[in-house]
Design a protein around this ligand. Structure first.
Ligand code: NAD
Length: 347
């Protein structure tokens, strides 16, 4: 089976690519990634020589390129992760998010539909989305698969739009698809612009820890490897035209999470208790900031038997250890040197 994974050099994509390449040696995995600032091939160093793996540098918004690729390889299944993924960047440059997340998804949908329109038998378009499409919750309640979409940031609006197009292709053209909407991921290889790796890096270097507003924003957190396992499960067992919410059953107020992180970092760096907490700095709130996200993941749990394998404390512990043991990765990312890896390796 030929599977196209988009955005496989990014944080979540690299874990999914590795899992599929190592576990399914009878599948051929094609990873297409533009290698934007968020794409890092160093994430996949360990599998790049595997015979069932091919990396292709390319842009999902380039229609000619994508159509040619589908014509040549006839990908039977797609796992679509490529996206602009950072809310703060979407506030600064919303159009870039429409281009990649909406147009890019459309280009892939069209190429997939045109390749298989005579028979979609045993084909699948798996679209990876976010819980942010549901907007914000008050103090109580959970997002279920039937919660109405109500996106508040340009990022979540672009993801919501792409979800709608995937559904529309399912209804209009009979295209087989599944969608998963997942909560905040954390773990190894995450670009240090997102909260947990950013704060780990700042604590290492004794830099301020910028906390938005009063720090009471609440998110559900999911360990990356548990997400990759859920994706594997939905890919193989998910029901056509269904959506599954994926979450960690693990809600944290930002400020409580940051304090836990500070405690664990102090212990690991042998710094006196309370040292890292002194770095916490409250900063002006993000516009349109959603108060609370929380996921009801009971559908995937009941129907597919998935549940997270680690507690937050364990996952955070593993994550911190990884960043402390992979200083070169972190330095290459923060200095920009990781962007040379593709040239060195592939030219
Ligand atoms: N990180 C999270 O917490 C989270 C939670 C829920 C859903 N998601 C979704 O999961 C997916 C992956 O998220 P992530 O955190 O790994 O993102 P990421 O930013 O780490 O990776 C995105 C990848 O897409 C690639 N890319 C961007 N534009 C491209 C283009 N035009 N053509 C080809 N490749 C392109 C980048 O180079 C990068 O490798 C996204 O669709 C995101 O919306 C993420």
């Amino acid at each position: 089976m030929k599977i196209l994974i988009t955005g496989g050099a990014g944080f979540i994509g690299s874990h999914v690519v590795r899992l599929f390449v190592e576990k399914y040696t009878n599948y051929h995995i094609f990873n297409i990634d533009l290698l934007t600032y968020a794409g890092n091939l160093e994430n996949l160093k360990d599998i790049e020589g595997k015979p069932n793996y091919t990396f292709i540098k390319g842009d999902i918004t380039n229609e000619v390129f994508i159509n040619e690729l589908f014509e040549k390889h006839k990908f039977e299944k797609v796992i679509h992760l490529a996206a602009e993924s950072h809310v703060d960047r979407s506030i600064k440059d919303p159009l870039a998010f429409v281009k990649t997340n909406v147009i890019g998804t459309m280009v892939l949908l069209n190429a997939f539909k045109n390749t298989w329109k005579d028979s979609f038998k045993d084909k699948l378009f798996y679209h990876i989305s976010t819980d942010e499409v549901y907007g914000t919750l008050g103090q109580i309640g959970l997002f279920t698969e039937t919660t109405a979409y109500d996106p508040n940031s340009p990022y979540s609006a672009s993801k919501a739009s792409s979800d709608h197009f995937v559904r529309a292709y399912g209804e209009t053209y009979g295209m087989p698809y599944v969608i998963t909407n997942c909560s905040n991921n954390y773990g190894q290889n995450q670009f240090p612009e997102k909260l947990i790796p950013l704060f780990i890096n700042n604590i290492i270097h004794n830099k301020p820890l910028p906390v938005y507003g009063d720090g009471n924003y609440t998110r559900d957190w999911l360990y990356i490897k548990d997400h990759a396992v859920a994706i594997d499960l939905v890919f193989h067992k998910g029901i056509n035209h269904e959506t599954y919410n994926i979450g960690g059953f693990n809600e944290w107020k930002n400020i409580d999470l940051v304090k836990l992180l500070c405690q664990q970092m102090d212990e690991k760096l042998n710094r006196p208790k309370g040292t890292s907490e002194k770095l916490i700095t409250y900063v002006k709130d993000r516009p349109g900031h959603d108060l609370r996200y929380a996921i009801d993941a009971s559908k995937i749990n009941k129907e597919l038997g998935w549940k997270p394998s680690v507690t937050f404390e364990e996952g955070l512990n593993k994550t911190i250890d990884w960043y402390l043991n992979n200083e070169t990765w972190l330095n290459n990312v923060t200095s920009g040197d990781y962007q040379m890896y593709y040239q060195k390796q592939y030219n």
